[in-house]
Design a protein around this ligand. Structure first.
Ligand code: SIN
Ligand code: MN
Length: 280
C-alpha cells in the first residue's frame, strides 16, 4: 500500500489544517465573476437534466451513474462534510510514521480507517477522536443508487441479469477524501474490509463532487494497463461483485471543472470531494 502515497500536499492547505480540522470551504466569498457564458450555463443545465439517465456498466460489477446526484444534494453533501470536517474527528492529512504524507485530506465516518496499519477501529489512533456517524441522508442516497443501478441492469443488460446486479449494502464506513489541485491517489485495492463483505462482493459506492478527477481502474496495479475515466460532479461509481477488488486510483484533478452553481452555493475550495461508502 505505502508506495503509492508519497510526500505532502501543498503548503497552502497545511495552513488551513489546524486542531479543529481542515476546512474544505473558503472563508471569503468566491471572487466576483461575470455570469458564465450561455454555452456553459446550458451545459450545466443539460447535465442536471440528465440526472439518473446515463448509467453504464464499465465491467461486470462496476457501474458508472453519470450526473446521478442532484445539484441540491451535492450542495447539502458539501455543507455537511464541511461541518463535520472542521469538528473533532474531522479532516486531517494522513501519513506514515516515516513522515510521508498522503496527497489528500481525509475524514472517516462510522469507523476509522488507518492508512498506516490498514486497520479499521472505533477511534483515530493519531488523536483518539471518534469518527462522526454517517448522516441518514447519505445512507438514503447510497441505498437508492444501488437500487437504481440494479433496476437499470435488470432492464437493459442482456442475458440472465440476476447474476449481474450488485448486492444491497448498508454502509457502516464512509471515507471522505478532499483532493485539492495537486491531490492524487495511486492504484490500490479496497481490501481492508471483512472477508465476508469482500466474499459477498458487497459494493463500494463512491460519490464525486466538485472538480473532475482522472480516475484509473484495472485488474492489476500497472498504471499503463489501466482504463481511464473522467468522473464529474454528481457521478456515482459502484464497484462490487467481480469488481469488488478492482485496482483504482486518481492520477490528477482537472482544474476549474466543478459546476459554478456548486461553488457559489457552498464556497467550496478548488478541488474534489469524494465519499466512498463500504460495509465492514
Ligand atoms: C479511494 O479509493 O479511497 C478514493 C477513490 C476516489 O477518490 O475516487
Ligand atoms: Mn480505494
Amino acid at each position: 500500500m505505502k508506495n503509492f502515497w508519497d510526500k505532502s500536499q501543498n503548503d497552502d492547505d497545511n495552513e488551513r489544517l489546524n486542531h479543529s480540522g481542515f476546512d474544505i470551504c473558503q472563508k471569503d466569498s468566491p471572487p466576483f465573476k461575470l455570469k458564465p457564458p450561455l454555452h456553459v450555463t446550458n451545459r450545466e443545465r443539460r447535465k442536471q437534466s440528465m440526472k439518473g439517465q446515463s448509467i453504464t456498466v464499465l465491467r461486470p460489477g462496476m457501474v458508472l451513474m453519470k450526473g446521478y446526484i442532484s445539484s441540491a444534494d451535492q450542495i447539502s453533501i458539501v455543507k455537511k462534510c464541511r461541518e463535520l470536517g472542521i469538528s473533532d474527528g474531522g479532516f486531517y492529512q494522513p501519513g506514515y510514521s516515516s513522515g510521508t504524507k498522503l496527497h489528500l485530506k481525509m475524514m472517516c465516518l462510522g469507523k476509522n480507517w488507518d492508512p498506516e496499519s490498514s486497520l479499521y477501529s472505533e477511534l483515530r489512533p493519531s488523536d483518539n477522536t471518534k469518527p462522526p456517524g454517517i448522516p441518514e441522508t447519505f445512507h438514503d442516497l447510497v441505498k437508492k443508487a444501488i437500487q437504481d443501478s440494479n433496476e437499470y441492469i435488470r432492464g437493459n443488460v442482456g442475458g440472465s441479469n440476476e447474476g449481474k446486479v450488485v448486492p444491497n449494502m448498508s454502509p457502516d464506513i464512509c471515507i471522505v477524501n478532499f483532493y485539492s489541485k495537486n491531490g492524487r491517489l495511486g492504484l490500490h485495492q479496497d481490501k481492508d474490509e471483512s472477508e465476508t463483505s469482500k466474499k459477498k462482493g458487497l459494493p463500494v459506492v463512491s460519490f464525486s463532487i466538485g472538480d473532475s478527477p482522472e480516475f484509473l481502474y484495472g485488474e492489476t496495479r500497472a498504471v499503463d494497463e489501466a482504463e481511464k475515466v473522467t468522473l464529474e460532479s454528481g457521478d456515482v461509481l459502484i464497484f462490487g461483485r467481480k469488481s469488488r477488488l478492482i485496482y483504482h486510483g486518481v492520477t490528477n484533478i482537472v482544474p476549474d471543472t466543478a459546476p459554478s452553481s456548486l461553488i457559489h452555493a457552498t464556497n467550496m475550495s478548488p478541488g474534489r470531494l469524494n465519499l466512498t461508502f463500504r460495509k465492514y
